[in-house]
Design a protein around this ligand. Structure first.
Ligand SMILES: Cc1cc2nc3c(=O)[nH]c(=O)nc-3n(C[C@H](O)[C@H](O)[C@H](O)COP(=O)(O)OP(=O)(O)OC[C@H]3O[C@@H](n4cnc5c(N)ncnc54)[C@H](O)[C@@H]3O)c2cc1C
Length: 491
């Protein structure tokens, strides 16, 4: 039977697109090539313990709540989210630590205790600025359909006023340096560029709004892990009648006279649909899935965001462990020079840790807890593979964790995934975690929109499409794609 809508991929964007399209009354089928849903929000089971291998920080949970409410339920009904405390501990090579919280007062007090009243005032002022940027930018660049230059002209007076406040003409670094003199705070704030895999030296100052999203709006945990959020989305989709199939790899998006007809599966079946929402990476869709020569008008080779090396440490429980921690190197500037100027993994990597029992109330092993560790790495080359670095990144991460006493003697990395492996698992991505990088002020305008205008019937819903990567943005991508489908199908 022909579907109204086929969703290619069961990642967060795909599941949210399916829910939104089903809420609009369409018959929806999700085809996921992997053996489980969630995509990059994946898991691994190690000695009977389930561990998240992808995202570990949930922000903007209201995005999920709004969608689930359309489906007649709510986030609180489907999952338990909470604010772990502190939000994140930053550790420097001289062993100084600074805890930041999802509560501004607590953050202010903590920064004052660690760095003095002047630094606390600087951060406070910066977070006010970050909130202003967010409030001006989010309605236009996050919650609405993809921006375009022609739309900007029709923004109207309030739109132009907002545009002036989004700080797009300066770089992130320039905006930070103008407001914050304390070097350690500068490092903490620069790091938010890596939340969408970008370079703070050239990403627009608009991205400083991420500091407000995390420290003003909150870093949330999901009881049972991020996989509990994926399970909730899958459950709600199924309740709405969405058919979900795993192990179903799409090999082609079929078109006739330029219009989408349906998809072909690796097992040979042709499925027809009035609309196809692709949750797979846009590059995979444009290069591998559309018939050769299809004129789609989109950039097939966007500059990728960063990738990363990820490990799971089986770690002895310790009282001093916090939900999320960042271990800075001696000189953080080199991280960006290595990644973006030399296109190589950082020689002295910054290491991010997520203690999943504390961050997500997961249950670990009887004698140990799972600690997710991650270091940034460049995406893979557009063609071919990066020559193996012989596990240098893993070795450097492990060395740094031991030197900083963040893991105990006997703790071991029991699972790992390199950037090359991430690229192989998610076709078209080159291992990039957040789609295209935002390394110039026009990046938001180049990101593929959710409706591919030149291929009627084709829609994009993923971190590689508008409004970008990260779980809440992917969810919004799905919602926006479904909105476009609904408009077109009901026209
Ligand atoms: C290590 C890591 C850490 C991260 N940390 C965070 C974080 O802390 N907070 C945060 O918000 N985000 C984080 N992210 C980013 C976040 O996970 C992603 O932005 C988001 O999950 C991507 O969702 P998506 O909708 O783009 O789909 P994806 O997760 O990319 O899923 C796409 C799905 O499509 C399927 N697919 C692809 N091709 C086909 C095909 N031909 N046929 C059928 N199916 C296909 C894939 O198997 C996959 O399941 C992290 C990601 C990683 C990898």
């Amino acid at each position: 039977m022909s579907q109204d809508v086929i969703v290619v991929g069961g990642g967060i964007g795909g599941l949210c697109a399916a829910i939104a399209a089903a809420c609009d009354g369409h018959r929806v089928r999700v085809l996921e090539s992997g053996d489980r849903l969630g995509g990059k929000a994946g898991i691994v089971v190690i000695d009977g313990v389930e561990v998240d291998t992808g995202p570990s920080v949930l922000t903007l949970p209201g995005v999920f709540d709004a969608l689930l409410r359309r489906a007649g339920t709510s986030l609180a009904d489907e999952a338990t989210v909470f604010l772990p405390s502190p939000a994140c501990r930053y550790q420097f090579v001289d062993s100084m630590t600074i805890d930041l919280f999802s509560d501004r007062e607590q953050t202010r007090a903590s920064v004052q205790a660690a760095l003095g009243a002047g630094a606390a005032r600087e951060l406070d002022g910066f977070l006010d600025h970050a909130r202003t940027v967010w409030e001006a930018a989010a309605p236009w660049f996050i919650y609405r359909d993809a921006p375009s230059f022609s739309k900007v002209i029709t923004f109207g007076l309030s739109g132009w006023r907002d545009l002036a406040r989004i700080d797009a003409l300066r770089t992130m670094d320039a905006a930070i340096e103008a407001r914050v003199k304390e070097p350690r705070l500068r490092w903490i704030l620069r790091r938010y560029a890596t939340y969408n895999g970008s370079d703070p030296r050239c990403a627009p100052g608009t991205l400083n709004c991420i500091a407000h999203v995390e420290l003003g709006l909150g870093v949330y945990g999901v009881e049972g892990g991020i996989s509990a959020l994926v399970a909730a989305l899958a459950r709600v989709a199924a309740r709405l009648g969405v058919e979900i199939e795993t192990g179903a790899r799409v090999t082609e998006i079929r078109t006739q006279r330029g219009r989408v007809q349906g998809v072909t599966l690796a097992r040979g079946a042709n499925l027809d649909a009035r609309a196809v929402i692709a949750n797979a990476d846009a590059r995979h869709v444009l290069v591998d899935l559309l018939p050769k020569g299809t004129r789609h008008g989109l950039d097939e080779e966007p500059v990728p965001s960063t990738s990363g090396w990820v490990g799971i440490v089986r770690a002895k429980r310790r009282a001093d462990r916090v939900p999320h921690a960042v271990l800075f190197p001696k000189d953080y500037a080199h991280e960006f020079i290595d990644l973006f100027d030399h296109d190589r993994p950082p020689v002295e990597p910054t290491v991010y840790l997520c203690a999943q029992e504390r961050a997500h109330r997961r249950t670990g092993w009887a004698d140990a807890e799972p600690v997710f560790v991650m270091a940034n790495a460049p995406a893979e080359p557009a063609r071919g593979a990066r020559p193996s670095d012989g596990g240098a990144l893993r070795a450097n991460v492990e060395r740094r964790l031991r030197e900083a006493d963040l893991i105990s003697p006997g703790d071991t990395i029991v699972w790992e995934r390199s950037a090359t492996e991430l690229a192989a698992q998610f076709p078209g991505t080159r291992g990039a975690i957040y789609g295209g990088a935002s390394n110039d002020k026009f990046a938001a305008f180049r990101r593929p929109p959710n409706r591919v205008a030149s291929v009627p019937g084709l829609y994009l819903a993923s971190g590689s499409a508008h409004p970008g990567g990260g779980m809440p943005l992917c969810a919004l991508s799905g919602v926006a794609a479904a909105r476009a489908v609904d408009r077109d199908l009901k026209r």
